[in-house]
Design a protein around this ligand. Structure first.
Ligand code: UD1
Length: 344
């Protein structure tokens, strides 16, 4: 008789990072169970996941902020060992336009999860946080001990609030919850199979999908948001991490919780490469690796942009044994391969 796979609930499991995490979890021997309401994801992600894995994955089409519906999922899926909580809105600009929608969805889904998990004795949580919690850092690279700063958008504030909520819940006397907060830097690229990847709806906000859509002729040109920053080439610096590397960090985080290796009720890790690249470096690397000439020009600064941020990735390496494996060039090549697949 084969041992049943350890069940991990993945909220937002049909989304960009969630879908890659579902694949990595299954390939590491876990049984992912997806919760997604497809508000910012597509059914085609499920077909991609199933094609890569050669098996179906249970999916519950519910809103994670709907506590009663979430309770129904936990009741239908006994023995969930842990939860990875991705489900959230993530567009910085949109969050300024619709702040209430962001608080309702991002904070609401966290509250619903934290209410329902203990009812079913589920004690392990991995949460998708963001480097946005550091604001404009005073020194680089940022470590987990770098103080957080006021968020520059409602989106960023939802990530800070969710971190705060988790800390308060963990400090309660009867707490049994153990959480790993993963602070992502900038995820890019797609699965090597090009069966799953980012599916931006409408005009992309993020750099790499805008680059690939421009190269594919869907957008006329890329506008670089400012070249007068205090950085070597004047453009913003970010830490671009391949989405499959990022997905793998969730597998090691879950494993750490299930092995009872966490040394605190809440542990925080940066998940980045540890290297910063400027917007111009990303553009040039994309051109080199794909042979595509990119139509771009320099535009004004984008409000809310941090001049430069990249991770100190030491803690994740030393404590989780997590290191990224994919270069910027390979990450951009995978993004381009995915774009070409989408065009077909
Ligand atoms: C932002 C958030 C981050 C969030 C991510 C998800 C902040 C500070 N950062 O990352 O927390 O996880 O969105 O959506 O809130 N750029 C251009 N032209 C473009 C698009 C982007 O020059 O058309 C530049 C940006 O100005 C920036 C860099 O490319 O310097 C990366 O931008 P983007 O991909 O949007 O990510 P962040 O803003 O870093």
């Amino acid at each position: 008789m084969t041992t049943p796979r350890t069940k991990i609930l993945v909220t937002g499991g049909a989304g960009y990072i969630g879908s890659h995490a579902v694949v990595e979890l299954y390939q590491a021997g876990y049984q992912p169970v997806i919760v997604d309401n497809f508000s910012n994801s597509q059914e085609s992600a499920l077909a991609g996941i199933e094609s890569i894995l050669g098996t179906t994955v249970p999916i519950y089409r519910i809103d994670c902020a709907d506590e009663a519906a979430l309770r129904g999922v936990f009741a239908a899926e006994p023995n969930i060992a842990g939860v990875i909580h991705f489900a959230a809105f993530k567009a910085v600009g949109e969050s300024v336009q619709k702040p209430l929608a962001y608080f309702k969805n991002n904070v609401g889904s966290m509250l619903a999860l934290l209410a329902v998990m203990p009812e079913f004795g589920v004690e392990n949580l991995v949460f998708s946080s963001s480097c946005t919690v550091y604001g404009i850092p005073d020194a680089l690279p940022v470590t987990e001990a770098t103080p957080t700063k006021p968020a520059s958008s409602p989106y960023g504030r939802t990530k800070q609030m969710c971190e705060d909520i988790v800390h308060d819940v963990a400090a309660a006397p009867d707490n049994k919850l153990r959480t790993i907060l993963l602070r992502y830097f900038n995820p890019i690229g797609a699965h090597e199979s090009a069966k799953i990847g980012e599916l931006p709806l409408g005009v992309p906000n993020n750099l790499v999908p805008f680059i690939t859509q421009t190269a594919a002729g869907i957008r006329e040109k890329l506008t670089i948001n400012g070249s007068d920053y205090d950085t070597p080439d004047g453009t913003n610096i970010r830490d671009y991490i391949h989405v499959v590397d990022l997905a793998k960090s969730h597998v090691v985080a879950v494993q750490r919780l299930l092995d009872h290796k966490a040394t605190d009720t809440v542990e925080t890790f940066n998940v980045g490469t540890g290297h910063g690249n400027s917007v111009l470096e990303v553009v040039k690397t994309f051109e080199q690796v794909t042979g595509q000439k990119l139509n771009y020009s320099i535009g004004p600064r984008r409000p809310g942009d941090v001049p430069a941020i990249y991770a100190d990735a030491t803690k994740a390496a030393e404590v989780l044994g997590f290191r990224t494996e994919t270069s910027l060039a390979d990450s951009l090549a995978s993004a381009w391969k995915w774009q070409q697949t989408l065009a077909k």
